[in-house]
Design a protein around this ligand. Sequence first.
Ligand SMILES: Cc1cc2nc3c(=O)[nH]c(=O)nc-3n(C[C@H](O)[C@H](O)[C@H](O)COP(=O)(O)OP(=O)(O)OC[C@H]3O[C@@H](n4cnc5c(N)ncnc54)[C@H](O)[C@@H]3O)c2cc1C
Length: 343
Amino acid sequence: MEFTKGRKNKVSRLDFIKLNGLAVPAFIFPNNLTYFTNHKKMNLDKKFDTIIVGGSYSGLAAAMSLGRALKKVLIVDGGKPCNRQTPHSHNFLTQDGKTPTEISTIAKQQVAMYDTVQFFKGQALQGRKTENGFEIEVNSVDIFSANQLIFATGIIDDMPAIKGFSECWGISVLHCPYCHGYEVRNQKTGILANGENAYELAKLIANWTKYLTIFTNGIASLTGEQKSKLEKHQINIIENEIKSLNHQNGFVKNIVFKDGTTHDLKAIYSRNSFKQHSNIPALLGCELTNEGYIKVDAFQETTIEGIYACGDNVTKLRTVANAVAMGTNAGMSASKKMIMQQF
Ligand SMILES: Cc1cc2nc3c(=O)[nH]c(=O)nc-3n(C[C@H](O)[C@H](O)[C@H](O)COP(=O)(O)OP(=O)(O)OC[C@H]3O[C@@H](n4cnc5c(N)ncnc54)[C@H](O)[C@@H]3O)c2cc1C
């Protein structure tokens, strides 16, 4: 028996029950992690082919490839994707303008259709190399084992000590013009950076608006040549130290300086420093690049055999599309390696 969903998508009776069994709690608990359930309630297995730590865009894409390759997968996810505060996500084909939660909810629904994939909501606390593979310890009591690990754990953006900055992050304080520049095109815009970073960002953002000011938050460390090029493009440099961002619900109104003066604007670009969201890969011996990303090869395998990494934790090319592409690559590569070894 088949149930028809929408016009074209036909789902089997079993799939229909599975989907609706999961859809009901989704209404009761409007949390994007409905699929990530405590294993004591779900009787999760303990042994898997692959454990994926991080179940956002990259981890879910890896899980789909592995699930479709009939591999037994556990996704462990703490539910803190880096873009969770942004109202709308852009530049991901077919999902342009959707909320981050809408995109991940569809992804989770689709991954949950593969019955070899299981979900665990919570933090992976530790990882260990064992004789036959790896172990992941979650919530201090439970330990899962697998032949392979995939880390899709993302990064954590450091927030500068400016009052109001973190509240505006992803709403009007932006990391990337390709994700959010179109929405604030031709608006009064700031760049919060100094030196080479500020110069490079200014050259880029000048494509989206001509009302651009660099805020160095202290003495500018730009070269004379950079300053005169910026001047030629009518890009001002303000060195006043910043006290706070005055905003309403994350939408910035003006920058407040320590001397009491203010500067009105609609958007600010900021390149923050970051740290890895999980230190487990490094503790397992995976090498990091000088910039702090996990080193991977063309198949997303780290410097430790059997451990893969994908998404924001390996690259500065930070978009949902890229995270999904790398996750797909990691899932395909990891499963293919296992398939070939087991033949
Ligand atoms: C504010 C902001 C706005 C953005 N807007 C856009 C946009 O409009 N368009 C676009 O294409 N891109 C956008 N991006 C970039 C995009 O969000 C990222 O590239 C993407 O989220 C990366 O996906 P990921 O799966 O690698 O990591 P994340 O989405 O960050 O997910 C990592 C997951 O791993 C989990 N995790 C980490 N450590 C552990 C652990 N030890 N145990 C269990 N779980 C763990 C986290 O809880 C999280 O759920 C934005 C980024 C930011 C910061």
